[in-house]
Design a protein. Structure first.
Length: 211
């Protein structure tokens, strides 16, 4: 039986959201499509999205707005090892709900913290591409999201982030971003239709096909 996470423990998430929600959504003029798909969603959820900017988690949460941020709260966010182990990023990020994730070792080892968060009832934002993808580039998603579908009963919300502007490194600039929310689906039903070795690809197709 899963333990319910303490909402007070991650109160900094609310404070962080309160700042970024206004700044990102209104100042940077984020556009939103498909938000009506969130009405039927229930906590906890795993938001699966493409990844082009360091601010992608905040952009997604800002597009959700207070109502759905709090419905699915508290949140957990995987953070790459190189960022998690730097004190000026890692420590503040931990307070906001981030945890270290590494691609080394078996999937059980690299997803240990992820599975623990799922068992404890956290919602999370997950980027199966495994890193920021530059404009014009495509990558095969990591197998972790497929393995999560096999091992856990997940409510998954596909989200697509489209940027109109990019910096010199091909990373998305948040100004005029479009966030598209898809319909929630359950990994229990999904894995009945898709072979386990193709689940990671099928999940990301749900993201890429959003319009």
């Amino acid at each position: 039986m899963s333990r319910k996470p303490s909402k007070l423990r991650y109160l900094p998430q609310i404070l962080t959201f309160a700042f970024f929600a206004f700044f990102l959504r209104y100042v940077l003029r984020i556009k939103i499509r498909g938000k009506e798909n969130l009405v039927a969603c229930r906590q906890p959820v795993v938001v699966v999205a493409n990844h082009s900017s360091k601010l992608d988690p905040f952009v997604i949460l800002s597009a959700m707005g207070w109502r759905y941020f709090l419905r699915f709260y508290p949140w957990k966010f995987p953070l790459a090892k190189e960022y998690a182990q730097t004190w000026w990023i890692g420590k503040p990020a931990t307070l906001a709900g981030c945890y270290e994730i590494s691609s080394k070792g078996s999937l059980d080892e690299s997803l240990k913290e992820t599975f623990q968060a799922i068992d404890e009832g956290y919602s999370m934002i997950f980027f199966p591409e495994g890193g920021m993808v530059r404009k014009g580039k495509t990558v095969e998603p990591k197998r972790g999201i497929g393995y999560m579908c096999v091992k856990k009963d997940l409510r998954i919300i596909p989200v697509k982030i489209e940027y109109k502007n990019f910096d010199r490194k091909g990373r998305g600039r948040q100004s005029k971003a479009m966030i598209i929310f898809g319909e929630q689906f359950n990994s229990r039903d999904f894995k009945k239709e898709i072979p386990s070795e193709e689940l990671h690809l099928a999940v990301m197709r749900r993201v890429y096909d959003l319009k």
